[in-house]
Ligand binder design. Structure first.
Ligand SMILES: C[S@@+](CC[C@H](N)C(=O)[O-])C[C@H]1O[C@@H](n2cnc3c(N)ncnc32)[C@H](O)[C@@H]1O
Length: 208
């Protein structure tokens, strides 16, 4: 029992912050596992010519690659705390990096190393479980967004017939109120397509 618990905790830590060879493997596994919620989030983003886009917790860089294929964004930045996963994102987006069409930054999303009002869109997929300070992270996102900028946060809040009350509670009692406190308008909660049986949900808000 103890052995399996230790293995489970090790794998959970790899999803939180991929590290080393196993982290590289988990990063690629997440690319396959998160395709549905990634495509759904990009539909919501609706990238337009000249957009400046930031992804928080970009993982192995699959969403970035899809955005760059559209060839519309003026600036594309991916941020992640894990050097292992930044390496995977670099490999996946090597050509665009060589052409200076993307930047990959190793940093913590609690303190964003960007100027005020720099991006039209900030998005994040399957990371909210790891936010240690929701209010601070949301006020950082608000700071780096331009007026009329949009934030899109996609995650799962249940599987099949089950709703995860913990995540639903954090969404309703912390994420949505903190977004409103940070100054976001038109804050909405949208259900997307299920992914491997997991419920896909997005919280969206706009900066005035
Ligand atoms: C579950 S993975 C999701 C990755 C990617 N968005 C996807 O959907 O495949 C969570 C990602 O968030 C990153 N992460 C966790 N805590 C972070 C933090 N405090 N700051 C920046 N990135 C973080 C991890 O390194 C990991 O790449």
């Amino acid at each position: 029992m103890g052995f399996f618990k230790t293995i489970r905790e090790f794998i959970d830590r790899q999803y939180q912050t991929p590290k080393g060879m196993i982290g590289t493997y988990i990063g690629e596994k997440m690319v396959r596992q998160h395709k549905i919620e990634t495509n759904w989030s990009l539909e919501l983003l609706n990238v337009q010519q000249g957009d400046r886009i930031l992804e928080l917790g970009c993982g192995a860089g699959y969403a970035i690659k899809l955005i760059l294929e559209k060839d519309l964004a003026e600036e594309m930045v991916g941020l992640d705390i894990s050097p292992t996963i930044i390496r995977s994102a670099r490999i996946r987006n090597k050509k665009a990096l060589n052409e200076n069409r993307v930047k990959l930054v190793q940093a913590n999303f609690i303190k964003l190393p960007f100027h005020n009002e720099n991006f039209n869109t900030v998005f994040s997929i399957q990371t909210i479980y790891f936010w240690t300070d929701i209010a601070t992270t949301l006020s950082e996102i608000f700071r780096v967004l331009k007026p009329k900028g949009v934030v899109i946060l996609t995650f799962s809040d249940g599987k099949e017939d089950e709703t995860w009350e913990g995540i639903r509670g954090i969404t309703e009692n912390q994420v949505i109120p903190s977004m409103k406190n940070a100054g976001f308008r038109d804050v909405s909660f949208v259900r997307g397509p299920d992914s491997r049986g997991y419920h896909t949900v997005t919280v969206r808000g706009t900066k005035d």
